[in-house]
Design a binder for this molecule. Structure first.
Ligand SMILES: Nc1nc2c(c(=O)[nH]1)N[C@H]1C(S)=C(S)[C@@H](COP(=O)(O)OP(=O)(O)OC[C@H]3O[C@@H](n4cnc5c(=O)[nH]c(N)nc54)[C@H](O)[C@@H]3O)O[C@H]1N2
Ligand SMILES: Nc1nc2c(c(=O)[nH]1)N[C@H]1C(S)=C(S)[C@@H](COP(=O)(O)OP(=O)(O)OC[C@H]3O[C@@H](n4cnc5c(=O)[nH]c(N)nc54)[C@H](O)[C@@H]3O)O[C@H]1N2
Ligand SMILES: [Mo]
Length: 770
């Protein structure tokens, strides 16, 4: 671990610091040369898709695009370390339970299938045949297929995801919780009914044309570093970049582009945000509604003075629905509650709206700061309202841009990893594969935890991810997993979810993206879909980490062949030739017409996005304005009401610069000035004074929950966090995930989308041990 210190970082994001950090991580993984060579194939026409994030690649350029955190993800996969059966069996699971997430990850790549041996409390080597026989036996023994749960994390390729959902539906359930349920679920839920597609509408071309880019609740310097290149280019062109974030994030302030030789040599850097609004955690809905209100007020003035209209009245008349009721409710809305809830002054909200109204082509981007709240769907629909007011949808340089996380999380949904599949999709799937898909909706992530807790689900199978660490309410989730008859993890690395296991347990190692995938018909490529609906090929070029690894499609095929003895699907033949899987995808999903041909083009192809053509696939055939009153009954208010004697804060949980979700690469968060620590709480200086503590003190965090009816009152605790003074509004705290997941109540999730509210947890602080 690096030296522990808290020290203000005032350099730019990127720059030489980023290059140094990559060299360090490649060395640490023991792959200085192999890793560097591997990186040269990232996002290349004939290379692999970077497993770092879902931000698109600029034309899959032929020159290597440097990205610090993409490089860390690649180095983690290409590591020289091996978690052989001997390494894993060297400790009992009780002993592994004491290891940190960092230590579990550091064991390296898993090399052989492992089965849990209750006699010795260890994972032991097993054979693939034995592993599939155990899965088949357990699944077939269940009286109801809905007693099995099939989780997916968003790194899974289209081909693997398609086979996986087919297997699970032939088996008989729609129990498909996925990481999206904790991530951009509200974006899909908010966008589908309003613009007819549950995805973003823009492309990188639009980023080149926009004259204003709004960034809500996103930290691209850490989580989508290549996005900074687009923001920087836009800023240099004179576009406004407006950030809405409670925390001052270095990457949203200044960036030194490692692509820019002159800038690197002169230690120069470029500003990113032209304007920065530090709103309250959870203040976005009020801010956005205020911005809409101001735009309407500006239009009133323009109309009165005979000036050009501020609203795009032609667009609204031709394309939109529900404008009159939206307008009427907006006029009723008074300013005070908007100001109070946003944490910004009325002048600031008006300024943000004036900047928006003064721009011709506006893109709105958002991330987890928007989605992981109780009222996230309404907030996203308020973003849509704001865009609709000035026709900023479906034209060049404008649109909605939910910035997805995992590199294929969007594609997995397209492939049918969804607990609430559309009937038309199921019809087609059944027709193409000759079976009757189950129709009842399955469980999502929160529902899966609940089902396991209730004993309604007994087998848990995970295609990637780290369910035990990523989900809310750690104590409840662990109880849920431990109650299972069987837990199965398909994975590249050893992680927490393998340590928190069912009565029987399997850990099944697979190939990673960077590796050659050799099947009966030769080396295979897979496809992925990025955040802007671009679908393209990905093929690895490193030798597999072990000769025993299966590819994800082959693993699914063998699991299916073992389990579904009456299936008409030629499982092994499909997994022997991924082009044949793509033919089946095309047969089920019309948007993939000519799939195998289209992916031959470098950079692939874009899936049709009706909203970006101003074709609205909504019931009314129009884009919908959504009317939402200010939410009144907020969890933090209920808690403050009941606990009048203590100071209640709103805690938001986020990512450090040295992690990929639950994978901890290191203990530094360079841009926030944290070194050698992960258990920190960022707090405003005045709040520190108020509670009689100082930076450097250690505290315990208690999460308080009061249910909607006021009846269910619960407390959760996480201990020993270091207080760090930070530029964050009063009343708000920030800390890292997954360490804070024990604090997220299982029953607290977003309305309709059911995303855990991990960005707004009511908490109190107390001196550690005090
Ligand atoms: N290196 C790296 N890259 C990643 C990941 C990773 O862990 N590491 N994770 C991937 C995944 S799965 C995802 S989903 C994305 C996540 O990428 P982001 O969406 O950037 O995720 P977070 O780090 O959770 O934080 C989001 C930002 O929201 C701000 N925020 C917190 N609360 C609020 C609020 O109430 N309102 C507003 N406006 N802002 C708020 C925080 O200060 C922070 O800057 O990144 C992906 N890329
Ligand atoms: N409190 C709080 N909780 C959160 C969030 C938050 O902001 N705050 N964010 C949420 C979000 S946005 C997300 S997306 C989820 C993430 O939830 P998950 O997707 O479940 O978690 P990850 O940490 O991304 O999963 C990492 C694991 O994936 C496996 N893996 C890596 N590569 C591969 C591969 O190629 N194949 C296979 N089969 N396995 C692989 C490795 O075992 C690795 O340990 O967490 C959510 N949880
Ligand atoms: Mo995510």
């Amino acid at each position: 671990m690096s030296e522990q210190k808290i020290e203000l970082y005032d350099g730019p994001a990127g720059g030489w610091g980023a290059l140094k950090s990559v060299a360090h991580h490649l060395n640490e993984q023991g792959v200085a040369v192999k890793g560097a060579k591997t990186l040269l194939h990232a996002n290349q026409p004939d290379g692999f898709d970077c497993p770092g994030c879902a931000w698109p690649d600029r034309d899959h350029r032929s020159t290597f695009e440097f990205c610090e955190n993409g490089a860390k993800a690649v180095a983690a996969e290409a590591t020289a370390r091996r978690a052989t059966p001997e390494v894993i069996a060297a400790k009992t699971l009780a002993e592994w339970a004491e290891a940190s997430d960092y230590e579990l990850e550091a064991t390296g790549r898993l090399t052989e299938p492992l089965v849990y041996d209750p006699q010795t409390d260890r994972y032991q080597r097993t054979s693939w045949d034995a592993a599939f026989a155990l899965i088949a036996q357990q699944l077939r023994a269940l009286p109801d297929p809905n007693e099995a749960i099939f989780y997916t994390s968003g790194r899974t390729s289209n081909e693997a995801a398609f086979l996986y959902q087919l297997f699970v539906r032939e088996y008989g359930t729609n129990n498909f919780p996925d990481c999206s349920n904790m991530c951009h679920e509200p974006s899909g839920s908010g966008l589908r009914p309003t613009i007819g597609v549950g995805k973003g509408t823009v492309t990188l071309h639009d980023f080149e044309q926009a004259d204003c880019i709004l960034v809500f609740g996103q930290n691209p310097g850490t989580n989508h570093p290549r996005m900074l290149g687009e923001l920087r280019a836009a800023r240099k062109r004179g576009a406004k970049i407006i950030s809405f974030n409670p925390l001052k994030e270095r990457g949203l302030e200044r960036f030194a582009d490692p692509q820019d030789k002159l800038e690197m040599l002169t230690l120069g850097s470029a500003p990113i945000s032209s304007h920065y609004f530090q709103l309250q955690v959870g203040g976005d809905f009020a801010l956005l509604k205020g911005m809409c209100k101001r735009v309407v007020e500006l239009d009133d003035v323009a109309l009165a003075m005979g000036l050009p209209r501020v609203l795009d009245v032609d667009f609204i008349a031709e394309h939109a629905n529900g404008f009159d009721s939206f307008l009427a409710e907006l006029r009723e809305q008074s300013w005070e509650p908007l100001v109070a809830a946003s944490g910004l002054s009325r002048e600031q909200i008006e300024q943000a709206a004036d900047l928006y109204a003064g721009s011709e082509r506006v893109i709105a981007c958002w991330g987890m700061g928007i989605t992981q709240h109780r009222h996230s769907v309404a907030t996203i629909q308020m973003i849509v309202n704001l865009l609709l007011l000035r026709g900023n949808l479906g034209r060049e340089g404008a649109g909605a841009c939910p910035v997805r996380g995992h590199s294929n999380v969007q594609g997995d949904r397209t492939m049918g990893i969804y607990e609430k599949p559309a009937p038309a999709f199921l019809d087609k799937l059944g027709e193409v594969f000759g079976f009757a898909p189950p129709r009842a909706h399955g469980v999502d992530t929160v529902g899966a935890i609940q089902a396991m807790l209730d004993g309604a689900a007994k087998v848990f199978i995970a295609m990637g991810g780290n369910f035990a660490a990523a989900t809310p309410d750690t104590a409840a989730t662990w109880r849920a997993l431990r109650q299972c008859e069987l837990t199965v993890h398909i994975t590249t690395k050893f992680n927490r979810s393998h340590v928190v296991h069912g009565r029987k347990a399997l850990v099944l190692p697979v190939l990673g993206r960077t590796e050659i995938d050799m099947q009966a018909t030769g080396p295979q490529g897979v496809t992925v879909e990025d955040s802007m609906s671009m679908v393209h090929l990905s093929a690895g070029m490193n030798a597999p980490a072990s000769e025993h690894l299966l590819s994800e499609p082959m693993l699914v095929a063998r699991m299916a062949a073992a389990t579904l003895t009456n299936s008409c699907t030629p499982w092994l033949a499909l997994a022997g030739d991924y082009a044949a899987i793509r033919d089946k995808i095309e047969a089920v999903l019309p948007d993939f017409a000519g799939f195998n041909e289209k992916i031959k083009a470098p950079g692939g192809f874009r899936l049709r996005n009706t909203a970006s053509e101003r074709a609205w696939a909504t019931p009314s055939g129009r884009a919908e304005f959504s009317t939402h009153a200010m939410p009144t009954d907020l969890a933090v208010e209920r808690v403050a009401e009941r606990h009048r004697d203590v100071r209640v804060f709103t805690l938001t949980t986020l990512r450090s610069h040295d992690q990929y979700n639950t994978t901890i690469y290191g203990h530094d968060d360079r841009y926030r000035g944290v070194y050698g620590h992960r258990r920190v709480v960022f707090i405003n200086a005045a709040d520190l004074k108020d509670i009689g503590l100082k930076a450097g003190d250690w505290v315990d965090i208690t999460s308080l929950y009061v249910g909607e009816t006021g009846a269910d009152v619960e407390q959760r605790r996480a201990e020993r966090f270091l207080l760090v003074e930070y530029d964050i509004p009063r009343g708000c705290l920030a800390s890292y995930y997954p360490e804070t997941n024990p604090l997220v109540p299982l029953q607290s999730f977003s309305v309709t989308a059911r995303t855990p509210t991990s960005k707004s947890i009511p908490v109190t602080l107390a001196r550690h041990g005090g």
